[in-house]
Write a protein that binds this ligand. Structure first.
Ligand SMILES: [Mg+2]
Length: 320
C-alpha cells in the first residue's frame, strides 16, 4: 500500500515566555504532517520542546521520502525521535479510525485547565487570580513552577500561598527535576496533610525513581520527565503520571489507557498547534470521565490568536 507523506514547518510566539527550572520558552517551532493512504487523510504534529530535539527531528524528517510503502513505514518508524513517531502514529490512528475527534471540546474557560502562576511574583499573581475567581465563583487549579529562585525565598512564598488558598483552589507544584532529596522532603513534609495540593510534580531528577517512590508514600508525586526517559514506568509507576501525547511514541497507548479508565493520569500540553491540540482535548475529555478526574494543563492563555489554533486540521494545513 502506498503512502503519501508531507510536512510543513511552523513557528509562533507564546503570549508570554514560559520558564521552568531547566529552560525558557518563548518561540515554539515544530512541524505538522499529513499522511494520505487510499485517499484517506490523517494529520499529526511533531512538537519537540528542546533545541537539541528540534535539530534531531529536522534531520530525521528530511530522511522520510514523500512516497513510501506502508510496509516500510511500520518497520522503520521506531528508529525515529519519539516526537516524529508520535506524529506519524497520530496520523495513522486518524486514518484508521482509532480516534474520532469531536467537533468541539470545552476547555476555554478559566476553570477548565490549570493556570500557570508567574513565578517572578507568585503571591501577587495568585491574588489577581483570586479576584477573578470571586467574580466567576468557580474552583480553580493553579500550577507553580519552582526551583527557579533560591529555596528559602520559595518556601516563604509557599507559606503565603498556603495561607491564602481555600478549598476552592487546588495547587500543583512542579520542580522539573531540579530538587535534591533533602529539599523535596522538606516540601513534602510541609504539604503532606494539605488537602488542596494535587501533587508534587517531578521533584527529583529523572533518574531518581527510588527517591520519588519514597516521597510518594508521603504525598502524591506526579512523574513527568521520568516517563519520557523511561517509558516502561508508564506501566510501573503507581502514582500520578503527567502524560504528553506529542512526546510519547504512540499516543494510541494513552488513548487506550484512558478508554479503559486507568486512574491517576493528567494530560499536559507541549505547546502544540490546533493539530496536536485535538489529541490533548480528546484525551483530556476522557480523563475527566475517568475514575480520578483532574483538569488538564493546557496553558490556554499562552497561545497567540492565529489560524494555527483553529480546531479544523485541514484549514491549518491549507493556510500554513
Ligand atoms: Mg511538568
Amino acid at each position: 500500500m502506498n503512502l503519501l507523506f508531507k510536512k510543513k514547518s511552523y513557528s509562533f510566539k507564546l503570549s508570554t515566555k514560559v520558564e521552568n527550572s531547566k529552560t525558557t520558552f518563548l518561540t515554539k517551532f515544530g512541524w505538522i504532517i499529513k499522511l494520505t493512504i487510499n485517499e484517506k487523510i490523517g494529520f499529526g504534529e511533531v512538537s519537540p520542546l528542546l533545541e537539541e530535539d528540534l535539530k534531531k527531528c529536522a534531520k530525521q524528517l528530511d530522511m522520510i521520502p514523500s512516497y513510501l510503502k506502508l510496509f516500510n513505514l511500520s518497520e522503520q518508524i521506531n528508529i525515529f525521535h519519539p516526537c516524529i513517531q508520535s506524529a506519524i502514529n497520530s496520523a495513522l490512528a486518524e486514518i484508521n479510525g482509532k480516534i474520532i475527534f469531536k467537533e468541539n471540546y470545552y476547555f476555554d474557560e478559566i476553570d477548565k485547565t490549570a493556570i500557570l502562576l508567574n513565578h517572578e511574583n507568585v503571591v501577587s499573581d495568585l491574588n489577581e487570580i483570586k479576584k477573578r475567581q470571586s467574580d466567576i465563583g468557580k474552583s480553580l487549579t493553579i500550577k507553580w513552577k519552582v526551583a527557579l529562585k533560591n529555596n528559602h525565598e520559595e518556601e516563604a512564598s509557599l507559606e503565603e500561598i498556603l495561607s491564602q488558598i481555600g478549598n476552592n483552589i487546588k495547587l500543583r507544584i512542579d520542580a522539573n527535576g531540579s530538587w535534591g532529596r533533602k529539599i523535596a522532603n522538606r516540601w513534602a513534609d510541609i504539604l503532606k496533610d494539605n488537602k488542596n495540593v494535587d501533587w508534587l510534580e517531578q521533584p527529583l531528577c529523572v533518574d531518581d525513581i527510588e527517591g520519588m517512590k519514597e516521597l510518594n508514600k508521603k504525598i502524591p508525586i506526579a512523574l513527568d520527565e521520568s516517563l519520557l526517559k523511561f517509558p516502561n514506568l508508564i506501566d510501573e509507576w503507581k502514582g500520578w503520571q503527567i502524560r504528553r501525547p506529542s512526546q510519547e511514541n504512540n499516543p494510541v497507548k494513552l488513548l487506550r489507557e484512558l478508554e479503559n479508565k486507568k486512574a491517576l493520569i493528567s494530560i499536559s500540553t507541549s505547546f502544540e498547534t490546533g493539530i496536536g491540540k485535538r489529541w490533548l482535548y480528546h484525551l483530556s475529555s476522557l480523563q475527566l470521565q475517568g475514575p480520578t478526574p483532574k483538569v488538564p494543563g493546557l496553558a490556554m492563555n499562552k497561545f497567540p490568536n492565529s489560524f494555527l489554533f483553529l480546531n479544523e486540521a485541514k484549514k491549518i494545513w491549507d493556510q500554513l
